[in-house]
Design a protein. Structure first.
Length: 164
């Protein structure tokens, strides 16, 4: 199965994805296909809805120095640090667009790995940001939704072709 990246105006990016009840061979194939896309596009994170699969699955690269990806199934944010940080972010569904987004500096996430085991991840900085961005995708929230009102107006004026 060849997956394709869904772009900004597609509805699937705006809806809440469904929980995965059971890890099947199909789930494993989805993971392999998503990792392949990430490698091809040189991305660091991807969520199911971005490839047309409205299921709660994300693939992330925890450390940019290593080409190693992990799959998180039904990821849930269980703790968010109060401290925030403003950094530029990109998204494979918005090619060429980079936005400065305020996010928590630290985060704790609970998920199921591809072997069906419950895992707990404590992340900081870029990895924490990545997890927040990808988990947002599972809830139909896109990065510009995190801008404040004025920033969003400016963004809209600059990219009038986008559905915002
Ligand atoms: Zn994204």
């Amino acid at each position: 199965m060849k997956l394709e990246i869904k772009k900004f105006n597609e509805n699937i990016l705006r809806v809440k994805a469904e929980e995965i009840k059971e890890i099947t061979d199909e789930t494993k194939q989805i993971v392999l296909d998503m990792v392949e896309i990430l490698k091809e596009k040189q991305g660091i994170g991807l969520a199911g809805p971005q490839v047309g699969i409205s299921k709660r699955i994300i693939i992330v690269q925890p450390d940019p120095r290593h080409l190693k990806f992990i799959a998180l199934i039904n990821p849930k944010t269980i703790k968010k640090g109060k401290e925030t940080e403003m950094q530029e972010e990109g998204c494979l569904s918005f090619p060429g667009i980079f936005l400065k987004i305020k996010r928590a500096r630290e985060i704790e996430v609970e998920a199921i790995n591809i072997e069906g085991k419950k895992i707990n991840i404590k992340a900081k900085g870029v990895f924490a940001r990545l997890l927040q961005h990808e988990i947002d995708h599972l809830n139909g929230t896109l990065f510009f939704n995190r801008l404040n009102f004025l920033e969003r107006v400016n963004f809209k004026l600059k990219h009038l072709n986008l559905r915002i």
